[in-house]
Structure formats: C-alpha cells, structure tokens
Design a protein around this ligand. Structure first.
Ligand SMILES: [Zn+2]
Length: 399
C-alpha cells in the first residue's frame, strides 16, 4: 500500500513513536552501561533531521533529557557514536575518544556479485539467508574465539544487520586491536575485478573449519535459491575461480552438457575436481581447498571492515526508524535470524495505525524485540557490576 510508506507522514508520526514505542529507559541504560566508567553525557549521539540535516555531537545526561531532545528535534534517524573524555560538543575540538562498542556492519549490497534474486537496496527472504549465515558465523567467532558475552544484533532497517559488542574489553579495544579482529574475521578480499577472492593455505584454522560447518548447513538451500551457476553469466564467474586451466576446461565441458540446476552442476563439479586431483598429484597441492574457497566466496559474511576498524564511526541506533522503509531497527537474538521474516518486521506505520492489517503482528514482534534488548541490557549491567566490584577489590589489595 502506497500510503503505508509515505515519508511525508514521518514528522507527525515520529513524536508518537518515540513516546509510545521507543524503549527510552532501556536504551539509556544500555548507553550508560556501555559508556562506563564515563557518564552517559560523554557519549555522542547524532540525529538526522528532514532533508538530510545532520546534528552531530549531541549528548544527554539522563532519560528525561533524551525524551525532551527527541520531542524537540524529532529525528528521522538516530545514530550512536563514541564515548569521549569530556562531554562532546561541536566546539570542543580537544575531545578524545576513549571507548566505543566493537561494531560490525553487514550489508546485502556487498553480496551483489553473488546474489541473483535481488540487487542494490532490494532484499527478499531468499537473500536474507546470507544474513542468517553471517550472524551465526560472526556470533560464534566472537563468543568462542574472543570470549565476548554481550553481543547485540540489530536489523539495520533495510538490507542488513549490525552487531554491537559491549564487553568492557571490546569497548576499550584500541584501533590496532579493532583492525586485528576485523582482519581475522574477513576472509573475502579484493575488489570487483578480482575473480577469486578467497585463498586458504596449509592447515585450515579451526575457526575457518567451524565457519565451513555453518555454511554447509545452508549451502544447498542457498545454492538452489540463488542458482549461482545456472546462467551463462553465473557459470562464467564460477569458472574464473578455478585456478588450474586444464581443470577449468574439463569442468566447463562437463557442466555445459549438464542440466542447468546449480545443485546438479555443483555435484558435477565436485566429482570432476576429485577425479582430477586423484590423477594429478601436483594439482591437489595447488588447489587443496578449492571447494572450501568457493563456498566461502559465495556464503561467508562480507563485512564492511572500515566500520569495525573505526573508533568513532557513527552507527544507526537500535529502534531507530529507517526513513525510506519505515521499518524499525529491531533487536533480535542470533538464533532468531532464521525465522525473521522481512514483512513481519514492525514499521512505524503499522505500529501507530490500529486499523493496519499488520498492526497486531507488528505490535507483538516489537514487544519481542524490546524484550530481547532488555535481556541483553540486564546481563550487561550484571557483568559491569561484577567488573566494578573486582576492580574495587583489586585496588583495596594494592594498599
Ligand atoms: Zn533477494
């Protein structure tokens, strides 16, 4: 329905949304906790107003001030920045960034060279599966490899997801540390002109093996959804990933003769590859992990590493509205990613219109999202309390 996504209605609707639906209390608690040991007021907020007017270096002391600011400025979009040594403001050029959640931004437009169902801003339930894989891989790595506990997942409002790690060690990580985490998690490298973007060597690192196990759970389904190698174009890009000319010619001949189904063609490729490697001992040395590399190039998360590496990159706040879609940036648990349906994500329009066909379902999904957020904030507050107690004990012992 056209009137459901009318940006002109936003100025009227946003004040109501912020009062009735935005979880202001829990939001301020999350921000305050993540700003600790500095006060909430040292955290930068940024508002985007109508006509792309940006207000940077805003800050709040408490929920009351936040509420007043929201009502006064009525932002179309809400971004969160870093924690400074002083209260940030436009005039204070001496402010220094002290902390910031470790963040990840995964956007489906970065999958345009592999996804076939949609391009650019379009997203459907088929390409959402790339996000499901991304959440599971990144979440598991953050927990198992880095020991992080407080990991928040947020729908970005249109075509991707954001992840915020609030553990103290993550928040206070310096720039080289952030870059190291980003590089560790980044397996797909190279720009548009590079055909083969994944290169695995020697013995596979356990985290890569684990990621491949996760990809394998979804690979056939995604292969069938996306039909990566059914079209002439898709097959051409696929063949370019094979580094051995003789094998490439063999695979090309075999696959072209086959049915166009990507699943069958994939099996055909795997068989040809195995047979070829059996007969050519040298080939296996050159492309031991070719199958794994191709799976990763198709399905592994494509991170915007600059967002992770940057200390004060602004990132859209949970529960902010996407001005173009009206969708709420809902908080979800990583295990819920699979069942998240794009049309069931609450919009500002359906939340505020009792008569809207999606109203009841969107209200209910909004409650789930707020509850997810609450649970995470409670556990963050608990972790912070323990950390402060330990710090206090440690300083007593020093005397
Ligand atoms: Zn799609």
């Amino acid at each position: 329905m056209a009137e459901q996504h009318d940006e002109n209605l936003l100025p009227e609707m946003l004040p109501l949304y912020y009062t009735r639906h935005f979880p202001q209390n829990i939001f301020c608690r999350w921000l305050a906790c993540g700003s600790n040991p500095k006060p909430l007021s040292n955290r930068e907020l940024s508002f985007t107003l109508a006509d792309d007017v940006y207000l940077r270096y805003l800050s709040i002391n408490d929920q009351k001030e936040f509420q007043t600011l929201l009502q006064k400025k009525c932002p179309q979009k809400l971004d969160i920045g870093a924690v400074y040594n002083i209260k940030p403001s436009i005039g204070r050029h001496d402010a220094v960034v002290l902390a910031r959640e470790l963040v990840f931004d995964i956007d489906l437009t970065d999958y345009d060279e592999v996804r076939t169902c949609c391009q650019q801003a379009k997203v459907c339930d088929k390409c959402w599966k790339f996000m499901v894989v991304a959440c599971e891989i990144i979440h598991t790595a953050l927990q198992d490899d880095f020991g992080f506990q407080n990991i928040l997942w947020v729908f970005s409002g249109r075509r991707g997801v954001h992840c915020w790690v609030s553990d103290y060690e993550a928040r206070t990580l310096d720039s080289p540390g952030r870059a190291a985490v980003a590089d560790y998690l980044c397996l797909i490298t190279g720009g548009e002109n590079l055909n083969k973007k994944v290169h695995l060597t020697n013995d596979l690192h356990s985290s890569i093996r684990r990621s491949l196990t996760i990809i394998d759970k979804y690979f056939e389904e995604i292969l069938q959804d996306q039909e990566f190698i059914s079209s002439t174009e898709g097959l051409k890009s696929f063949l370019k990933m094979i580094p051995d000319e003789a094998l490439k010619t063999l695979v090309e001949g075999n696959l072209e003769r086959m049915h166009k189904s990507s699943l069958e063609r994939w099996d055909g490729f795997v068989n040809t590859y195995s047979q070829y490697c059996k007969e050519n001992i040298n080939a296996i040395r050159k492309m031991k992990y070719l199958i794994e590399e191709i799976k990763i190039q198709y399905c592994y998360p494509r991170l915007d590493v600059n967002v992770t590496k940057g200390f004060n990159h602004l990132l859209k706040s949970p529960f902010s509205i996407h001005p173009k879609t009206g969708k709420v940036s809902v908080v979800f648990k990583p295990e819920q990613a699979k069942s998240l349906k794009l049309e069931e994500i609450p919009t500002i329009y359906s939340l505020l219109d009792d008569g809207a066909p999606d109203n009841v379902q969107h209200q209910s999904n909004m409650r789930v999202a707020v509850k997810n957020f609450q649970e995470l904030v409670f556990s963050l507050e608990k972790a912070e309390a323990i950390r402060r107690k330990n710090d206090a004990n440690a300083s007593i012992l020093e005397f």
